[in-house]
Design a protein around this ligand. Structure first.
Ligand code: AMP
Length: 214
C-alpha cells in the first residue's frame, strides 16, 4: 500500500539514514531537498548558485525554491506508490503548500524523530559523507562503503554553522510539530537509540497508522 511519509526532526536526528532505509525497504523514492540542493550546488546550476550562500550559512533556502523542487518531484511516476520526504517541509508555509499539492491523495504519515539537543552538536560535527555519492558514513569508516569514495565533512557541519542550523530549526521548523500533531497520522519515535532500533520504531509507527504492514 502506498505510503507518503514525512520524516521530521532536528538536523542530526538521523532523518537521512532512516529515510534511506525506509524508502529502500518499500521500493519508493527518498526525496531529500538537501541532497537535491547539494547536487545543484556541485553542478553549478542556477538553482545551486541561488542556494549556496544560504546553505553554507545554515540558513533556509526560500519556500518558493524548495516547494518548486518538491512539487515537480512528487508527481514523477516513481513516486506513484509513495515517497519519503526528508528535510521537507521545514516551515509551516512549506507544509501548507505540500498539503495543497497532495489534495485528494491518501493522508501523509508524519513521523517526528525526537532527540535531546545535547546529542546533536556532537553527532553533526563528527559525521562524514561521501564526496562522490553523498552517502552518510557510519562512524569509524575511512572510505565510502557504497562506492569507495573519500569521506568528507559537509560544509555546513562545522560547529558555528551547526549552532545556527539548530537555531533556525527551533525557530522555523519545530512549529511543524504543532502544525501536524493533531492529525491522526502523526507519530513520534525516540531518535536517541541505535539506527536499527530507530528503524524498527519507525516501521512500527507507520504500521500503527493503519493499512500499512510493518
Ligand atoms: P539538509 O541536508 O536537509 O540538512 O539540508 C541542507 C541545507 O539545505 C539546509 O540547511 C538549507 O539551507 C537547505 N534546505 C534543505 N531543505 C530545505 C527546505 N525544505 N527549506 C529550506 N531550505 C532547505
Amino acid at each position: 500500500m502506498a505510503v507518503r511519509l514525512v520524516i521530521l526532526g532536528p538536523p542530526g536526528a538521523g532523518k537521512g539514514t532512516q529515510a534511506e532505509r525506509f524508502a529502500r525497504g518499500r521500493g519508493v523514492p527518498r526525496i531529500s531537498t538537501g541532497d537535491i540542493l547539494r547536487e545543484a550546488v556541485q553542478a553549478g546550476t542556477e538553482l545551486g548558485r541561488a542556494s549556496k550562500a544560504l546553505m553554507d550559512a545554515g540558513q533556509l533556502v526560500s519556500d518558493e525554491i524548495v516547494f518548486g523542487i518538491v512539487r515537480e518531484r512528487v508527481v514523477r511516476p516513481d513516486a506513484n506508490e509513495g515517497f519519503v520526504l526528508d528535510g521537507f517541509p521545514r516551515t509551516v508555509t512549506q507544509a501548507r503548500l505540500l498539503d495543497s499539492v497532495l489534495k485528494g491523495a491518501p493522508p501523509l504519515v508524519v513521523v517526528n524523530i525526537e532527540i535531546p539537543e545535547s546529542a546533536l552538536v556532537e553527532r553533526l560535527t563528527t559525521r562524514r559523507i561521501c564526496a562522490n555519492c553523498g552517502w552518510n558514513a557510519v562512524t569509524g569508516l575511512t572510505a565510502c562503503a557504497r562506492c569507495g569514495g573519500p569521506l568528507v565533512q559537509r560544509k555546513d557541519d562545522g560547529v558555528e554553522v551547526v549552532k545556527e542550523r539548530l537555531r533556525v530549526y527551533a525557530r522555523e521548523t519545530e512549529p511543524l510539530v504543532e502544525f501536524y500533531e493533531s492529525r491522526p497520522t502523526f507519530r513520534c519515535v525516540d531518535g536517541d537509540q541505535t539506527p536499527d532500533a530507530v528503524a524498527a520504531d519507525l516501521a512500527a509507527a507507520v504500521a500503527s497508522v493503519g493499512g500499512v504492514p510493518a
